[in-house]
Write a protein that binds this ligand. Structure first.
Ligand SMILES: Cc1ncc(COP(=O)(O)O)c(C=O)c1O
Length: 404
């Protein structure tokens, strides 16, 4: 639609697509509200309620007038201290409270990190498949996302050689996410170190997203890049939050940790953007990060059980290949073997078309790989109840086995 000679929406914002993951989830919820028995593998959030002691801290915070007014943009001092202590406890990264900037979720921290680090035309190396928000956050900051494609043959891990090949004189930042959304891939510690050393030598900044740090399974281990490559600390921003670890997606508390000058600049931006994060939510986050990790251990055991169930079930479907995810709560199977074949009178050529067909015919919601920069794949979140999970993959198997 145009308004005289120019579009009514700015080119910058008009170029932003809807979050595909939220769109799939919204469509599944709408169908369910209309009475359809849809099983949703779309949502990127734990199905557990927030732990009771966290909820109690928030309830108490509501009644405390100290929390009824504006507070410091950078975050409640107690929370910044607790995040610094938690970071040291969990990943061994020694940081001060002054290096912590609390934000409205890890998502805002990502936006602020890119807005603070990028000038127009700066390139960001972005291993693909990537979380759907990264390229939008990079472009909105004037940057240029440069996808570095990986596939199931490497377990969706980018190598230094691939990164080196994509690096140019304009490259400013490497985005690193392990465990990964959408693939569940976890970089082995020596590969994190190799990539970190390469980035440090290349003079790049690293934005490392550690939001799934506690959700690793089997032999996999999460290591924080600036811990294994300490010389990177002065050019590194760590993003994290309470959403995935403590089943607190709706509370909207995350943070970025970085060098003092970058954190100060990002805080200036945040002061004009959103002011402080809701004080009640910050008090809840304080209870979460100050507590022990017992609730996390229990949730991780449930995710691990579902992970094994889903990988086994997906691998039995003809035309589907599912590498074992070692972290987060996603499986990312290739469906190349199904595409182009006849299925219930249709012939899906892309994973987007296949995902639509699956929703229509099996009433199962999955997110197509196009949302993560790699068509030909589906993302299934296994953060849903065990029974629904089994019913969902059974329906999927029945449908896809009909492909001719
Ligand atoms: C890789 C990754 N980073 C960051 C986030 C943001 O989490 P939140 O904004 O809920 O803290 C998500 C959420 O889906 C994610 O998957």
């Amino acid at each position: 639609m145009t308004d005289g000679a120019r579009a009514r929406v700015s080119a910058r914002v008009g170029a932003i697509g809807e979050s595909a993951t939220l769109a799939v989830d919204a469509r599944a919820k709408a169908l369910r509200a209309a009475g359809r028995p849809v099983i949703g593998f779309g949502a990127g959030e734990p199905d557990f309620p927030t732990p009771e002691y966290v909820v109690e801290a928030a309830a108490a915070a509501c009644r405390d007038p100290r929390n009824h007014h504006y507070s410091a943009t950078t975050g409640l001092p107690e929370l910044r201290e607790a995040v610094a202590a938690k970071t040291h406890r969990d990943s061994g990264y020694p940081v001060s409270a002054g290096q912590v900037l609390v934000a409205n979720g890890g998502k805002q921290a990502i936006y602020q990190a890119f807005a603070t680090l990028l000038d127009p035309g700066d390139e960001v190396l972005l291993p693909a498949p990537y979380w759907t928000t990264y390229p939008e956050a990079i472009r909105l900051a004037g940057g240029v996302p440069v996808p570095v494609h990986t596939d199931e043959s490497s377990g969706y891990l980018a190598s230094v050689q691939q990164l080196e090949a994509a690096c140019t004189a304009r490259t400013r930042v490497l985005l690193f996410c392990s465990p990964s959304n959408p693939t569940g891939a976890v970089y082995p510690p020596d590969q994190v170190e190799e990539i970190g050393r390469w980035a440090a030598e290349a003079g790049l900044w690293v934005v490392t997203d550690e939001i799934y740090e506690h959700l690793v399974y089997g032999e996999a281990r999460h290591v924080s890049m600036p811990v294994v490559v300490p010389e990177l600390a002065d050019r590194c921003v760590v993003v994290n939050g309470v959403a995935k670890t403590y089943a607190m997606t709706g509370w909207r508390v995350g943070w970025m940790i970085g060098p003092a000058d970058v954190v100060k600049a990002a805080a200036n931006l945040e002061s004009h953007l959103t002011s402080n994060v809701c004080n009640v939510a910050q008090r809840a986050a304080l209870a979460a990060v100050s507590g022990d990790l017992a609730v996390v251990t229990a949730m991780r055991a449930a995710f691990d059980r579902r992970r094994q169930t889903i990988v086994r079930a997906l691998s039995e479907i003809p035309g589907v290949t599912c590498p074992e995810p070692h972290g987060a709560f996603y499986a990312y199977p290739s469906v190349h073997g199904v595409l182009g074949r006849e299925l219930r009178g249709r012939r899906p050529a892309t994973s987007a078309e296949l995902a639509e067909l699956i929703l229509d015919e099996a009433e199962v919601a999955v997110v197509p790989g196009e949302a993560f920069g790699t068509g030909g794949y589906l993302r299934l979140s296994y953060a849903l109840g065990d029974e629904d999970l089994v019913e969902g993959v059974t329906r999927l198997h029945k449908l896809l086995a009909e492909a001719r």
